[in-house]
Design a protein around this ligand. Structure first.
Ligand SMILES: [Zn+2]
Length: 425
């Protein structure tokens, strides 16, 4: 009996995953030189695929493993410097593309762009003679909760969708101006984005991490504080379960969206059974990331914790099978203290700072090979922007003004836009 049901399961899995994704093909597209001097290499797919990419040195090359696809046509790439050769081969159900290079390059993690009739898989590289290893930025997807017709929680003077976007923009700014990181915004304005599209977009953008920012409301105004969630099919706490449900009822479009993925999207639910190891690693890494953010939140004197440990909830937005994902409830806008904190720039900046430092601590513990964070010096470099003042930078990174002055010999010197300063965190 057991054996019988297992074979049904296998058939079901084939039906759900393998047959569907077997239709996906990868073909070589073209190479173009951009105005920026970057070389853009395009492959085409029929559906968004699960991709693992990494760079190797000696000899220098970039490898892109595309899961559950077959190769269509041959790779007929004219050799444009610094490309020596592009080769592709089928390994089991996957295609491995190798780009052999003449020297070290700065590369952008491949991303996928959906068109009406195809999906483009894009890699950008740039020869950089000053680096001795292939390097890339870490991509952090920032998801400001709710937006547009979905206001999220409604407080006396503020809406969740506005608070989440302002915190997201704070975090974006810090990541953008810090060497080695590149933020990508899931929404950058007051726009409605369906939950499925949020994690799908993170995948398409090639995100290394996904952080979803929220602020909650509760019928008891005394309930306050921040919490950090990771995904679990079985929510571990009753609060989390209620939250999952309230996120659903708050946003009726979520219900109608479930199970209605675009056929060219990557089906995370079907993939979960096929790529179990990747999914387990993702869950463990999400927990580490959540712990790091919580540690930083606890250091912030202005933020109290609603839950002291990592919480688990079935938040659909966190469902990516391989991108470590956390959801941050930055506070309860139904609580007067939290509302006051989140209404002010300072309070929001502290949340953004905890998230940034948590992300940075995560990559210190789990460095990604061939990124600036893994191979660079142990300090970070921040590029001064117009309007920046040292006191504000100090708050952003959780250091003192004096430390910034000492590390950068800034005594009696003023800072200027474009200047890079060192910060040891
Ligand atoms: Zn929310």
């Amino acid at each position: 009996m057991k054996k019988f049901s297992r074979s049904i399961l296998v058939i079901l899995l084939c039906f759900l995953g393998v047959t569907e994704s077997a239709e996906n093909h990868v073909a070589f597209g073209n190479i173009t030189e951009l105005e920026s001097g970057n070389l853009k290499i395009v492959f085409t797919l029929e559906q968004v695929a699960l991709i693992n990419s990494y760079a190797l040195d000696d000899p220098s090359r970039i490898v892109i493993d595309i899961k559950n696809v077959t190769l269509k046509g041959s790779v007929d790439a004219s050799k444009v410097s610094p490309i020596k050769l592009i080769r592709a081969s089928e390994i089991n159900d996957n295609v491995r593309v190798v780009i052999d290079l003449k020297g070290s390059v700065f590369w952008k993690k491949p991303w996928q762009v959906k068109h009406k009739d195809r999906v483009d898989l894009i890699l950008e590289i740039k020869r950089d003679k000053t680096i001795t290893k292939n390097l890339r930025d870490i991509i952090v997807a920032i998801d400001a909760g709710h937006g547009g017709k979905d206001p999220g929680a409604v407080g006396k003077n503020l809406l969740e969708k506005d608070v989440t976007l302002l915190i997201a923009k704070e975090l974006e700014r810090t990541l953008r101006d810090t060497d080695g990181y590149r933020p990508v915004m899931i929404r950058s304005g007051d726009k409605f984005v369906a939950l499925d599209d949020r994690y799908q977009n993170a995948r398409k953008l090639g995100a290394d991490l996904f952080v979803s920012i929220h602020a909650d409301a509760f019928r008891l105004s005394s309930v306050k504080g921040s919490s950090v969630y990771v995904w679990s099919e079985e929510a571990s706490s009753i609060t989390a379960e209620n939250l999952s449900k309230s996120e659903l009822t708050k946003n009726p479009d979520i219900r109608s969206k479930i199970g209605k993925l675009d056929v060219r999207d990557f089906d995370e639910d079907a993939a979960r059974t096929i790529f179990q190891i990747a999914n387990e690693a993702k869950i463990n890494n999400s927990i580490v990331l959540a712990e790091k953010i919580i540690e930083q939140m606890k250091r912030d004197p202005f933020t109290s914790m609603h839950k002291p440990g990592v919480e688990f909830a079935d938040f659909r937005v966190l469902k990516s099978i391989d991108i470590p994902s956390v959801l941050i409830e930055s506070g309860f806008i139904s609580n007067p203290d939290d509302a006051k904190r989140l209404e002010g720039k300072a309070g929001r900046r502290m949340i953004a700072r905890s998230i940034f430092l948590g992300i940075h601590d995560y990559f210190k513990e789990k460095p990604k090979p061939n990124t600036f964070m893994a191979d660079g010096p142990k300090n970070i470099e921040y590029e001064i922007q117009k309007g920046d003042v040292i006191s504000e930078i100090a708050i952003r990174f959780g250091v003192t003004i004096n430390e910034i002055i000492q590390w950068n010999n800034l005594n009696n010197k003023s800072i200027y836009p474009g200047q890079k300063i060192k910060i040891f965190i």
